[in-house]
Structures are given as C-alpha cells and as structure tokens.
Design a binder for this molecule. Sequence first.
Ligand code: GLN
Ligand code: ZN
Length: 718
Amino acid sequence: MKTYAYGFPKLGRNREFKKAVEDFWKGNINESGLLKVLAGIQKENIRLYQEKIDIFPDSGGQVSGYDFMLDTAILFGLYDPKDLKEYYELCRGHNALEMTKWFNTNYHYLVPDFHGLVEHPFRLNKDNPALNLMGGNFPQIIGPFTFLKLSKGIDKNNLRPMFLGLVRVYGQLLSQYHQAQIDEPSFVLELSREEVDLIKEGYEMLAQIGCKITLMTYYDSVDFLNELLNLPVHAIGLDFVRGKDNLKYIQNNGFPDNKTLIAGLVDGRNVWANNIAQSSAILKSLSVKVKQLAVSNAAPLYHLPFSVTLEEGLDSRLKKCLSFAVEKLAEIRLIADSFQGKVAPVYNGLGEYGKNKTVQSRIANLKEADFVKPVPLQDRRIRHNRLLGLPKFPTTTIGSFPQTQELRSKRSSFTKGQIASGDYKNYIQGEIDRLIAFQEKLDLDVLVHGEYERTDMVEFFAQNLDGIATTEHGWIISYGTRVYRPPMIFGDVSRPKPMTIDEIRYAQSKTKKPVKGMLTGAVTIIAWSFCREDIPIGNVAYQISLSLKDEIKDYEQAGIKIVQVDEAAFREKAPIKRRGWPAYFEWAVKSFNLATNTNPDTQIHTHMCYSEFGEIIDYINQMDFDVISIEASRSKGDIIAFFENINFRRQIGLGVWDIHSPAVPPTNKMVDIVRRSLQKIPQENFWLNPDCGLKTRQWPEVRQALANMVAASHALRQ
Ligand code: GLN
Ligand code: ZN
C-alpha cells in the first residue's frame, strides 16, 4: 500500500512565510533574500513528506509567493510581472486583482480576469521570475478546467475555445515532465453536460502528451464519476471524507484496473485524529474492487495548522485527539501500515470529553416558539421608533476601530498574565472614553465601543465560551500573508459568565446616544473554527446561540437598546453543492433567530460582508433582524436590486465607504450611492455606515471618511 500526500501548508513552522514576504514589502529584505526563505520552507516540507510518504508532488506543497491561482495565471501567460515587486502589485494595492473565497474554505484566492479578451491569451511562461519556486520533477498545478471556472470575465460562448487553447499550452508544460498532479477541485461542483463533455475533450488531448497525470479532486464528491473514472489519466484522487458518495460509488462499481485510485481518507479540513482502524477497514473494502490503490489526505493540508506539538497550553486529553498537518502525514502512513497488519492502531476520539448534560437538555427542550419572535417586524418598528427616536438616514459604524500597537501589546501582556486585570480594564476604558467622545463629536447617531478587547471577532468569543479551545500557534492563511488561528469547538458550548457586558455597559454610561452591543453569530463562529463532527452541527449552532441569547438578555438588563449580531460568514459555510443548501440554511437561519429572540423592544442588527447576496437573499430575509448592514463596495446597484426583488421590508445600511481601500470617498459620492438606491428602497429604511469594521484602517482616514458620511446623512435629510 503506497502513501500519497499533497498541499502541505507553506506558512512554515514559525510563520516564516508571512515574516519574509512582509519583510520584503517593507524593504527589509531583497528578492533573493525572500526566495531563500521560501525555498527553505519548501525544502523542509519535502523533508517532512519524505519521512512518511512514498509519493508526493515535489513542489513542496504549494509554496507560492502569494497565491497559487495567480501563479497559474502567470504560468500560462495571462499576467507577466517582470519581478517580485510587480508580482505583488497584482496582489495588493491599487491594481490588485479581486479576491474571493476558495470553495467553502476560509482561503481567498486572486481572481484571474479575462474581461475584454476575445481570443485566448495563453502561452507557456514558466520562466517568469515570480515562478522561481516551481522547481522539482513532479509539479502540482491547478487544472485547466478549475482555473477557467474560477476566473472571471469569460464569455459563455467563448469558454470552449478558451479552454482548448489553455489545454494546448498545458500540453506544452506537461511535455517537460514525466509526472504531474493536476488539481481539479471544480469537478465537485454541480456541472452541466456541456462542461463534462468539455472536460473529456480536454483530458483526451492531454493524454496524448505522455506525461503521467494524477488528477486530484477534493472537498466533495464528483457527480460525474462514470466519466471521470474513464478519463485517460494515470491516477485519480477522490475525497472519501467529505465525498461519501464517492466511496459508495467505488464500493459498488469498482475502479478501472489500468489506473491508480488515490483514496483520500485523512481529513484535510479538520483537526480531529483519524480513526485508523476504520480507515484501514475502508481501504480493505476498496482493495477488493480496486487493483491499484494508494492512501492519501482527502483535501490539501494547507487548511490546517502546522503541528500539534507546538501547543503547550492545551489540555493533554484534548491534545491527544488532535491532528494538524504534520500529524496528518503520520496518519496516512499509519493507515497504510495498519492495512498491511504492521500496527495495531489506537483511536483517540473525543468521546465524552467536553460533553455537558445541562447544555444538552437545554437543546432538547427547545420549542418551535423559541425560534419565532412574538412581535412581528412592523410592530417592532413602531416600538423602536418611539424608544430610540433616531433621525432619518441614521449613521453608525460596524464595530471595530483602529487598534494601536500600544493596545495590542497591552492586550498580549494581559493574556500572558504580565499586567493585572484591573490595569488592563482601565486601559481599555480609557480607549472607550476617547472613542465615545470621538463619535459624539462627529455626531454619529448610534455609537459603538470599539471592540478594543478583541483580537478577532471569533477568537474572542472562543476564549470566553466553554467547549471551545484556542491555540497558541495554530495559524493558517486566509489570504496572502494574512493569517488567523481557528478555534476548536471540542464539546458542548456554553457561556460560563457574561462576555462583553462590562465594556458595552461602560461605553453606554458615557453617552446619551444608544451604544450597540456587539456579538459574533453562531454560524460565523462555527465557520471560522474547527468544529467537532459527532454532534449535529445545527445543535452546536443552537448551543452557541443560547449563549448569545443569554448575553443579549444581560445587555437588556444593562439598558442597551440595540444589539448587532455579526454573521460575516453566513454564506461561507454553505455546502458546495446547491442541493445541500436547504438543510444548511435551515439551521443557520434558525440559529440566528434563536439567539435574537429576546425582548422585542431591542433593535436587532446584523452585519454581513463578502456575501454574494443574490443567491441567498431569501434566506437572509428569513433571519428576523430589524437592520442589516452590508458590504456593498462592489456594485451597489446590483445589491439593491436583490433586495428590491423580494420586497425587502427591513432596514438596510449600505456600506457607503469601502473600507478595504485607504481612499476616502467624498460626501457627494456617498450621497449618490444612497440616491440611486432610494428609487428602490423607501428612504425611512435607510442607514449609512462603512461597509465593514475599521480595525485595519488608520485614524486620519477614519476621521475624514466618517465626517463625510455624517455630512452625507445631513444632506440627505434636507
Ligand atoms: N463587528 C466586526 C468589526 O467591526 C465585524 C467584522 C466583520 O464583519 N468581518 O470588526
Ligand atoms: Zn464585515
């Protein structure tokens, strides 16, 4: 039994990737200094593979200077940066490509743009200086179908010539290698007949080259397995963890004798230890039907942190149940060894660990009425108007404000126990004082406390809830050099004590204007964490929601009249295949309604960003909030049309300032955005706000842009 692995994280044991790239941006190291670090990471990754794995692409995981989709676009001549400086201009700054989510993961890729191209632009551009790391004899490359499917600006009628043009250049590349791994995760999407035919045509052309192709699919099952298995390639990788239908199909129908099946049995998307005995039993069942078989990870390993061994603070019982990228390689080996009878595996499952009877019975006792607000939207509106007395076109912000270096170091000293809790609280209160005064001076209508006590909107709640653990070194890349540490939901979730009340109450005590309570919703907490899988996910969401609900009730006790529950990742967690959406949105919507079903006098806000609203607008409208603030920096017109089409009755805060850019929009631009939308949405339903939190912005921009926003609101009122 051969072992196979791919996609090892490029971040490095100590985030060397991030440091080196950012140093290069700051001018602290030069191009060759950067390449040296990246090559070092690559070498170390190869060493880690070699310890456990028989076959692996030797480009060392996807060590790229920034993003593998951009690299693919360069490799085939769509872009041609002359050095790394130009390469990074495509990644960030004014001329950067648009960024979007990679399938239903937390990784964001740069979207190649074909606008204006009638003919295919492809040519082999392998010597481009940005591709310096593509050494090795066994490359791993994004496949031609996935590449085009995830690009933008390709005319439907133009897809076939584009694809075949790309395939021809792919052929030139493959002719330089004996073997290559081609990743086609887009094969797990719900594809049309024409697309499947195109795939067949393309891969038949590639088969002429003679390079041994390992065709890798992952993240879900493939709907056209019959055709897939007959493609003329050397090996096919299938995800048997998220793609249970793949497994059933092979167990029933077998697999062609002339190819190798790469059985993805080790989860690349979650951190729990593999049940080796069970995996090797699956392998046994497959081996009856499959002549050539290898075992591998089920999805690229870069969705995982580096190694569990770096974690010193974790409970040892929990630690045993965890497996990060390094440990996953060992698991692949163990499954092969166990299959061959060389080892007797032990399984470290979570079992009863983290379970909580009180929480479970609270979930068991939920009634339909817990999910439905007793007072309908329009009646709540009347109450809120009376209680809040807000002007037309009220102005507010999304929650966070710039965090200074001093604040960050105070917070980290506090976490490490180096400064006393009282001193830290005083410091945060000082920041809140200043922010309240700042917002009053600007004449904003609904104020926030600034979220200074939070590192990150999910990690903060994870640290304050029981049943969720956080790591010290469990970093993964969300895009470019931006990293975060997903928490781990290991048990039943509950709130041991109030989490945010002190700060919000304090902020409210400093002003007569309403201060919004700020929470992160259950779906977003789950989406940006690793979640235990043997508790139904809907129940995990309801557990978090009940904790949030208790928090909202405490706000109400403290005199807070407006609460915002952020659901930035509401769309993100949706299954790749649309047919899985109804089941997902059922619990996602209900979890929001459960959390916010408190005193109907409280005005409930939600905030979403990076969402493709059109596709999910009906689900959003089932969330019974009063006000939604959305990211609308891309195309305000389109977004408003979605809301218009469903006769949206709730209030809406259109992001009139794109906070992803340092540019400050003038007042008249903001007024224009609102005016255009007013044809469709009644003016009394309109709020003005930036389109996301201000944590990553600088104070001067914040001051100017918010002043312009307030001026825009005043102009609109008149
Ligand atoms: N309240 C959060 C903030 O302002 C929301 C962040 C987000 O939507 N990503 O930072
Ligand atoms: Zn946002």
